[in-house]
Design a protein around this ligand. Structure first.
Ligand code: G3P
Ligand code: CA
Length: 326
């Protein structure tokens, strides 16, 4: 009798715990394909997303910027020239600052561009020289809707449950241009069935006021991640916990630059985040860029085992998945 009672109590506690996890976070450590499998194929191309899906990434990231005709385009910057041939195709379309803005082109115009590996504009060389060669193949830009349809289609055909991890880029810039990017993105996510925390869609933004607005004014019930650049003020965690479900600190902030913080203080920051029910998804883990660590594996070991991160954004999702294999 006592044994049965003990078993029932244990089972109830387990169920309670797993329910808590399903609403507040993910029980396993997650691998987020940063701009797709971007270590292998130019970032944010559909090919990089399909590859990331095939590599069993848990989530695939979409950075989002609006086109002139209000369509969310999957691209990292508000500018085009570092990842496309825009200056060749539309030489007259730069602004006075010499930059080519996504928001000045319609989707139809953007589709004429070819996408390449990211280039350093000063040197004309690839930012990551050992990745996909420059000016080879013919990759194209695509929309958020197109990418969701590919990921959801692949989920159906493969039986996987790969999630999406969209980022609202530069909401202040969009607002100055008269556009409400968050509203537009939320409508599309809703249309494709992403409305709740359990829908395997995590929405992220660096702009804290905008993420708060997404939760409070736009009434989104999605899982939200507050991205951080160099802000590691422990007092802010309580504020983030008021509207977000996770924080996304940078790897520089955590491992590389000291910012006057000791390892103990950094670990404490993550522990305090966990105490506030905030998961921690750090960016960006790269096999071909890990200063201060002898190997990528050392970096991963430090991130997952020492700091107890809950997830990482990585250009190499296959390697991180392998690392996490039991
Ligand atoms: O969104 C997480 C990470 O991607 C943030 O950095 O600059 O690559 O968008 P960024
Ligand atoms: Ca991003």
């Amino acid at each position: 009798m006592l044994k049965t009672l003990k078993y029932t109590v244990l089972l109830s506690l387990t169920l309670l715990f797993s329910c808590t996890m399903s609403t507040q976070g993910f029980s396993d450590k997650i691998v987020i394909a940063h701009r797709g499998a971007s270590g292998y194929i130019p970032e944010h191309t559909m090919e990089s997303k399909v590859m990331a899906h095939a590599m069993n990434s848990d989530f695939i990231e979409q950075d989002l910027v609006l086109s002139k005709d209000d369509i969310p385009i999957v691209i990292h910057d508000i500018y085009l020239e570092e990842v496309t041939d825009v200056s060749t195709i539309y030489p007259e379309r730069s602004r006075d600052d010499g930059r080519y803005y996504v928001i000045d082109f319609t989707l139809e115009e953007l589709k004429r561009l070819s996408v390449n590996e990211r280039v350093n504009l000063e040197t004309g060389l690839a930012v990551f020289p050992n990745r996909f060669p420059l000016k080879k193949a013919n990759f194209k830009l695509h929309t958020l809707q197109e990418e969701i349809e590919v990921i959801q289609g692949l989920n159906l055909s493969t039986g996987k449950k790969t999630g999406i991890y969209p980022e609202i880029k530069n909401p202040g810039f969009h607002l100055k241009e008269g556009k409400d990017i968050s509203k537009i993105v939320l409508q599309i996510l809703d249309q494709y069935g992403y409305t709740k925390k359990t829908d395997r869609c995590i929405l992220q933004c660096f702009d804290a006021d905008e993420l708060k607005r997404i939760r409070q004014e736009l009434k989104s019930e999605l899982y939200l991640t507050q991205l951080l650049e160099f802000t590691d003020d422990i007092d802010h965690l309580e504020i983030y916990a008021g509207y977000a479900d996770a924080i996304g600190p940078s790897i520089d902030q955590l491992f590389l630059l000291s910012h006057g913080k000791s390892l103990r203080e950094k670990k404490h920051f993550i522990q305090r985040a966990h105490q506030q029910n905030l998961q921690v998804h750090a960016y960006t883990f790269r096999k071909d860029q890990h200063p201060n660590f002898d190997s990528f594996e050392d970096l991963l070991q430090f991130g997952f085992e020492e700091l107890e991160l809950d997830g990482v954004f990585t250009d190499f999702p296959d390697t991180v998945k392998d690392f996490l294999q039991p």
